[in-house]
Design a protein around this ligand. Structure first.
Ligand code: CA
Length: 228
């Protein structure tokens, strides 16, 4: 899962990058409206964290632009947006929510609460209220970052977990290798050309062959009701 952080305070941005990175998010940061908009137009983010007081204007204008953007070539105009405000900015919080923000946090905030809210808005965005993802005897808990099969925990690396989560959330859609890469890696990370294949191979070894399917020449998918 990939999130764009639009925040001009470098300390806060770096803190978010670290905290969310530890929870398995690929995090990219933009320091103003212009850079934020440029990033939104080219990268398929799963969510955005938006500061309202930015050097070149009010964060709400970026939110408005995003929500009105089907005609302007932004890949995900409906993506979940969390706004970050100071404690006394009640009025701008209301404007933000009315403009289409999904939730808000007041600074200073707790990194764990932030991650939980982010997971919740992303879940609601795909119409899912239950926090666990299940397929056959496999159970994935995005909050605890745990996978169990037949009730027993399965040890996965951070990348393997991220890949499995991405495929389970997209299921039964087929994702191309490039779609998976852009969801797992931020733009600073170089990666080996066969990285995704290697992770898929490891996942199949740990979870069995039935879960992750290959559509030759297209990509990978988790079928709707497969028993791993
Ligand atoms: Ca600010």
């Amino acid at each position: 899962m990939r999130v764009l952080v639009v925040e001009d305070d470098a300390g806060i941005a770096q803190g978010l990058r670290l905290a969310l990175g530890q929870q398995g998010w690929a995090v990219d940061c933009a320091s103003d409206l212009e850079r934020g908009w440029a990033a939104l137009r080219v990268e398929p983010f799963d969510a955005m964290l938006l500061d309202l007081g930015l050097p070149d204007g009010d964060g709400v204008t970026l939110l408005q632009r995003l929500r009105q953007s089907p005609a302007r070539g932004c890949p995900h105009p409906e993506m979940p947006v969390l706004i970050m405000t100071a404690r006394d900015e009640v009025a701008s919080r209301i404007v933000g929510l009315d403009m289409g923000a999904d939730d808000y946090l007041t600074k200073p905030f707790d990194a764990h609460e932030l991650a939980a809210r982010l997971r919740a808005v992303c879940r609601r965005a795909v119409g899912r209220s239950h926090p666990l993802l299940r397929r056959g005897t496999l159970e994935l808990d995005p909050a605890a970052r745990q996978v169990r099969q037949h009730g027993r925990p399965v040890e996965l690396s951070a990348r393997e977990f991220g890949l499995l989560l991405t495929l389970m959330q997209a299921s039964p859609r087929v994702l191309s290798r490039q779609q998976i890469e852009t969801s797992l890696y931020n733009w600073d990370q170089a990666l080996e050309s066969n990285a995704i294949e290697v992770h898929v191979h490891h996942l199949r070894r740990k979870l069995g062959d039935g879960l992750i399917q290959t559509m030759r020449g297209v990509g990978y998918f988790v079928p709707q009701e497969s028993a791993p």
